[in-house]
Design a protein around this ligand. Sequence first.
Ligand code: PAF
Length: 283
Amino acid sequence: MTLLVENIEDVRKSVAVARKAGKQIGLVPTMGALHKGHLSLVRRAAADGTFTVVSIFVNPTQFGPDEDIDRYPRPLEADLDVCRAEGVDLVFAPEPGEMFPGGFCTHVEVEGMGEVMCGALRPGHFRGVTTVVAKLFDIVQPDVAYFGRKDAQQGAIIRRMVADLDLPVAICMLPTVRDADGLATSSRNAHLAPEERCRALVLSRALKDAESMLRGGCTNADKIEQCVRKKVEQTEGVELQYVAVVDPDTLEPLQTVGEKVLVALAAMVGKTRLIDNVLLRDL
Ligand code: PAF
C-alpha cells in the first residue's frame, strides 16, 4: 500500500516505523509529472530493498521570476497511480506552505558550482534546489537518495552539498533514460509540439557526435564544444544556450579531456527549455 502524506510530522512518523522494522530508507525527490526516468529511480530504490519515499513537490524557490511555474505540469492523481503500481511505500506531496511557511529565510547554497552553466542562465535556481533537497533530506532522513544523470549539474551540486555538510546520505546517480529516438525523458517534453520534438533530437545527436569524438581519442575540449555547437546551431527552431565541457565533479571547464568528462548543454526548443549531457569516465 502506498501512503499519501502531506505533512512533515507524518512523514517522520512513518519513516521511524520503517526504520524500526529494520528497513533502509530510499528517497526519490521529484517535482511530479513522473516519467520513465523517474521510474528507473523508483525501481532502483525498490531493488535496493528500501522503504521507498517519493517526494512530489513543485518547488517554487527554484523557479525564477521570469519562469512560468504555473505552466509546470501537476498530474498528481496520475503520479499517485504510478507510485501505487510501482509499490512505492510513501508519497510525500506537501503544499508550499508546509515546506516554506511564512517567515522562511534560510537557504543552502553551494557557491560557484550553482552559478555556471544552467546556473548562469537561471540565477538562484540551484540555491532553491539545494535548499529544498536539504530540507527533504532532513525530513525523510534517507540512507540513499536517487537522482538522474540528466540533471548532471544538479547531481554534482548535491554531491558537493552532502560532502560539505557531512550529510549521512548516499547519492545514487542513475543513467539518463531516453526515448527510442534518443530524446532524454523530461517532464518538459510534454510541452513540445510534434515538429519541436523532431527538432529537439539534434541535442542528443550532437552529444552522440561528441561521444564518438571522445571515444575516438579527441582530447581537445574546444573542438568537442565547437562540434556540438555547430550541429545544434544549424537546426532551425533550436536556440542553443550553452555547451560546456567540464569536470563532472567540480564543473570546472576542461581544456584537455582526461579520464572523466561531462559534455552538457541547454537549448530552447520553441518555448521549452531542454537540457541533456553525455558523461564519460575512464576513456
Ligand atoms: O530534479 C528535480 O526534479 C528537482 O530539482 C528536485 C531535485 C526534486 C528538487 O526540487
